[in-house]
Unconditional design. Structure first.
Length: 348
């Protein structure tokens, strides 16, 4: 492709979770591969800190954001260009476009989401699939899941992948906790993140004089109401520099999700040299490869045993650090952006 890519920049109005992280990093990577992307956003869209000197252009509508802007204003704002939607949502009445759906969570784990959110996204994804919109996702597991739930052949869904080098971009902020004195979880108390399974792990750590801490918050209107499980100390949302410090200082990352399309925190941790204990679910096994210990997400004792194994076996922790660093180097945002360009090449 030689024409500039036109990107739905509604993600610039949203809090940064894994989906918005993907959208930002793919946009940055695309800007280095071909003509600068044109970002189309509602009036409240703003470029992130450090982006103002970049080659991209942000065209802001006079209309406020949300679904109304995306459905009614964006199709006219983009003109005749192919539209790239990186964050799970896209206008219904726009044929020449690509939609990245990160996972099939609204179908597979509906209890994790508010009823309005899951009903809208189920409808949106199925209608867009039937209208022939180009689809992409972040893993082979998500490709299978999306194809099954929106009822299209797997060949209709391109796999792009993700990267982790963004976590090394800013100077690290030292953790506010003793190095090695805590185990880290990254996520929200939403049902599919399964943090309640870690209560027994938290108790084991407290018995050793260690803490189980968690970063992250709940996106209002997206997830069902939930609270932090007993024994986990929430640290709230942190920026990349602070998160990198937490990864580097942690005895390990523990990632107990019941459902993930990719599992970006696992690769971020690996890039920072932090050993990973992850759920033995298909999405995380694909992402982590042989660079993590795995535990049954339904078995609290399995997580206790895996975390204790790393605490008691420094050689095993060192092995996982080395394997994780190699795994993270194999997953990069430029490679993901190249695969996105390949998916766009097939749009007429």
């Amino acid at each position: 492709m030689t024409d500039a890519i036109v990107i739905n920049a509604r993600f610039l109005t949203q809090s940064t979770t894994g989906v918005q992280r993907f959208a930002r990093e793919i946009t940055l990577a695309l800007s280095r591969l071909q003509p600068a992307p044109i970002l189309l956003g509602p009036r409240e869209a703003r470029l992130p800190d450090g982006w103002n000197a970049g080659p991209w252009r942000l065209d802001v509508s006079a209309c406020a954001g949300g679904h109304i802007w995306e459905q009614l204003v964006l199709p006219r704002q983009r003109g005749g260009a192919v539209l790239v939607n990186l964050a799970n949502s896209a206008p219904l009445f726009c044929r020449r476009q690509l939609l990245v759906i990160h996972d099939a969570g609204v179908f597979a784990t509906p209890e994790a989401y508010s009823w309005r959110f899951r009903c809208w996204y189920r409808l949106l994804h199925r209608v867009l699939a039937r209208r022939g919109v180009a689809l992409a996702t972040v893993s082979e597991f998500s490709r299978r899941e999306i194809a099954r739930h929106v009822r299209v052949p797997q060949e209709r869904v391109a796999v792009i992948g993700e990267g982790a080098e963004h976590i090394l971009r800013e100077p690290m902020v030292p953790p506010p906790l003793p190095v090695g004195g805590y185990v880290l979880a990254v996520g929200t108390p939403a049902a599919h993140k399964n943090l309640a399974v870690l209560e027994a792990t938290a108790a084991m750590l407290h018995g050793r004089g260690l803490e189980l801490v968690a970063t992250g918050g709940v996106a209002g209107g997206v997830f069902s109401a939930a609270s932090w499980p007993a024994g986990i100390r929430p640290l709230g949302r942190v920026d990349d520099a602070a998160l990198a410090g937490l990864y580097r200082g942690a005895a390990c990352l523990v990632f107990p999700s019941r459902y993930e399309g990719f599992g970006l925190p696992a690769i971020e941790a690996m890039a920072c040299g932090c050993p990973v204990v992850a759920s033995s679910i298909p999405g995380l096994r694909e992402t982590c490869g042989e660079a993590a210990l795995f535990a049954d997400p339904a078995d609290p004792r399995a997580f206790v045993a895996a975390v204790a194994r790393l605490l008691d076996a420094p050689a095993e922790a060192a092995r996982l650090r080395a394997a994780g660093l190699a795994r993270a180097r194999a997953l990069t945002w430029p490679a993901a952006a190249q695969r996105l360009l390949g998916a766009l090449a097939g749009i007429g």
